[in-house]
Ligand binder design. Structure first.
Ligand code: SF4
Ligand code: SF4
Length: 219
């Protein structure tokens, strides 16, 4: 490197008082402590478990399955496609598809288990689900003295209503609801168009048959 390309020597830094940063930090702590006696937003502690601090909208813990209407099992949105099971990094989801006596898929899970002792709360299952059927929960009081059954959540334990989802994550649930409604309307419109076409085709066919019959009679 030539001498004219060498970096310029650093200018001396600003003067600072030793320990000034520490004093500033203590001032912030003192201000928070004093204000915590009269300002609600400064009261950072709550009397748990009688009181619970609201969780952040971005807080996530373990997944739950969403169901519509009243029946927590019949109303599950999950169709047991197993995409989440395949994508789960630690492979802690186990799904068995329910089938009828002829082996035909009933598009719902017979078994849907999540081993929450293995789940790493990544949220990938919720991201990949194409049926808006699984979302991340905000429940955190999950301690148990049963290491096995207590931490293996089955479909009954995982099922939570769409109303619960709306309360937990209002924005996300509203977005999903609007999307599902639009999809449902599109489906109904396509069905109505199909029925109208079938009706028009039948009428045209009947008319053609009547005309042929009429021609035959007059001949
Ligand atoms: S939760 Fe979603 S991705 Fe997982 S099996 Fe059910 S429908 Fe498929
Ligand atoms: S949050 Fe992640 S680790 Fe837990 S079940 Fe879903 S994909 Fe698996």
């Amino acid at each position: 490197m030539s001498i004219d390309r060498l970096p310029a020597p650093k200018k001396p830094g600003r003067w600072s008082v030793p320990g000034l940063g520490l004093l500033k930090g203590l001032a912030v702590t003192g201000k928070n402590m004093v204000q915590s006696f009269y300002r609600e937003d400064r009261m950072t502690t709550v009397q748990y478990p009688e009181e619970r601090a609201p969780i952040s909208p971005n807080f996530r813990n373990f997944p739950f399955l969403v169901y519509d209407n009243e029946d927590s099992l019949a109303g599950l949105r999950c169709v047991a496609c197993s995409i989440c099971e395949k994508e789960c990094p630690p492979q802690c989801i186990y799904i068995v598809l329910e089938r009828d006596e002829n082996g035909k898929s009933l598009k719902r899970p017979k078994i849907f288990d999540i081993d929450v002792s293995v789940c790493m709360n990544c949220g990938i299952c919720a991201e990949v689900c194409p049926f808006d059927a699984i979302y991340m929960d905000g429940e955190y009081e999950l301690s148990t003295d049963n290491r096995f059954e207590g931490l293996l959540f089955n479909r009954e334990r995982l099922a939570k209503s769409a109303a619960y989802h709306a309360k937990l994550r209002p924005e996300q649930a509203a977005e999903v609801e609007a999307k599902r409604k639009a999809e449902e309307e599109k489906k109904l419109a396509a069905q109505a168009a199909k029925e109208a076409k079938a009706k028009a085709d039948k009428e045209a066919k009947d008319k053609a048959a009547a005309e042929t019959e009429q021609k035959g009679e007059s001949a």
